[in-house]
Design a protein around this ligand. Structure first.
Ligand SMILES: [Zn+2]
Length: 251
C-alpha cells in the first residue's frame, strides 16, 4: 500500500491552484510586472502543480527536489523550541529551500531559466507550507503512516488533507479562490505578518491539533469534513496571502 513517493500531490490539484490564484490577486504592481516578464501570460495557477508533476520524470534530474515539499518536525508547543528544532535540521527541506530559492531569484547572476524554475517551486511550496501535514512528525511521515478510513476507503491522514477535504467541496479553483478571498485590507495585512518560521509554526500547530483528533484507524466521513472544513479553508486562504507577501517582498 505504501508508495515511495508518499508526498505526491500535496493539496491536490485544486488546493495548489486556489492558493496561486489568491496570491495572484494580491500581487503588488511591481511584483506583477516582474513576474509577467518571467512567466509571460501564464497565470501562477497554471504552474502551481508542476513541482508535483515532475515527480513522474524518469530521467532523475528532479530527484533531489522530492525533499523540498515538506519539513518533518517533532511536535513542539512553543515557537522558540520549534524554531530551534527547525534551524538545527540539516539537508534540503521545505524550509531551507524556500530560503534558497528566494535567494536565487534575488541573485542577478541566476539565469532566466533558473529564476523561472525557482519561482514555480516557490508558488508550489508556499502551498505545501500551508498544508498542515507537510509540517508534521517524522515518525509517521507527516501522517502518511496514519491509516484512516475515509468514506469507506482505506487511505491515510496525509492524503485526506492533501486532496480529499478540498475536493469534497466540489468547487473549481477559481470559484474557491473567489469565495475565500474576501478579507479586509487590515485582515490581509494581519495574515501576511510574521516570518517564514512563524508561518511554518502556524501550520505545525494545526498539524498537532489534527493528530490529536485523528488517531490511527479513525473512520472519517461527513462529521470530519464538517469539523475541519473551516481549518482547511483557512489554510488555503492563508497560503495564498502569504505566497503573495513572499513574492511582493522578493520583487
Ligand atoms: Zn508538494
Amino acid at each position: 500500500m505504501m508508495s515511495c513517493s508518499v508526498y505526491s500531490f500535496a493539496w491536490g490539484l485544486t488546493g495548489h491552484r486556489v492558493i496561486a490564484e489568491i496570491a495572484e490577486n494580491h500581487l503588488s504592481g511591481k511584483a506583477r510586472r516582474e513576474i509577467k516578464k518571467m512567466m509571460g501570460q501564464e497565470r501562477l495557477a497554471y504552474w502551481a502543480n508542476w513541482p508535483d508533476f515532475i515527480k513522474s520524470d524518469t530521467t532523475g534530474v528532479w530527484k533531489q527536489t522530492s525533499a523540498w515539499h515538506y519539513v518533518n518536525i517533532d511536535p513542539q508547543t512553543d515557537l522558540a523550541a520549534f524554531e530551534k528544532n527547525l534551524k538545527a535540521q540539516s539537508g534540503a527541506s521545505l524550509y531551507s529551500q524556500i530560503k534558497t530559492l528566494s535567494a536565487q531569484i534575488k541573485d542577478e547572476k541566476t539565469s532566466e531559466k533558473d529564476r523561472k524554475i525557482a519561482l514555480i517551486f516557490l508558488i508550489h511550496m508556499m502551498g505545501d507550507l500551508s498544508q498542515p501535514m507537510h509540517t508534521g512528525r517524522s515518525e509517521d511521515l507527516g501522517g502518511n503512516k496514519i491509516n484512516v478510513i475515509y468514506f469507506g476507503e482505506k487511505t491515510n491522514l496525509h492524503s485526506v488533507w492533501d486532496g480529499k477535504l478540498v475536493d469534497s467541496q466540489k468547487y473549481s479553483y477559481t470559484e474557491y479562490a473567489k469565495l475565500l478571498d474576501i478579507k479586509s485590507k487590515d485582515e490581509v495585512e494581519q495574515i501576511q505578518s510574521g516570518t517564514l518560521e512563524n508561518w511554518l509554526y502556524d501550520s505545525h500547530q494545526i498539524a498537532n491539533k489534527i493528530y490529536a483528533q485523528t488517531p490511527n484507524d479513525s473512520k472519517l466521513g461527513y462529521d470530519y469534513q464538517y469539523k475541519f472544513n473551516d481549518t482547511m479553508e483557512r489554510q488555503l486562504l492563508y497560503g495564498g496571502l502569504r505566497l503573495a507577501k513572499l513574492l511582493n517582498d522578493l520583487f
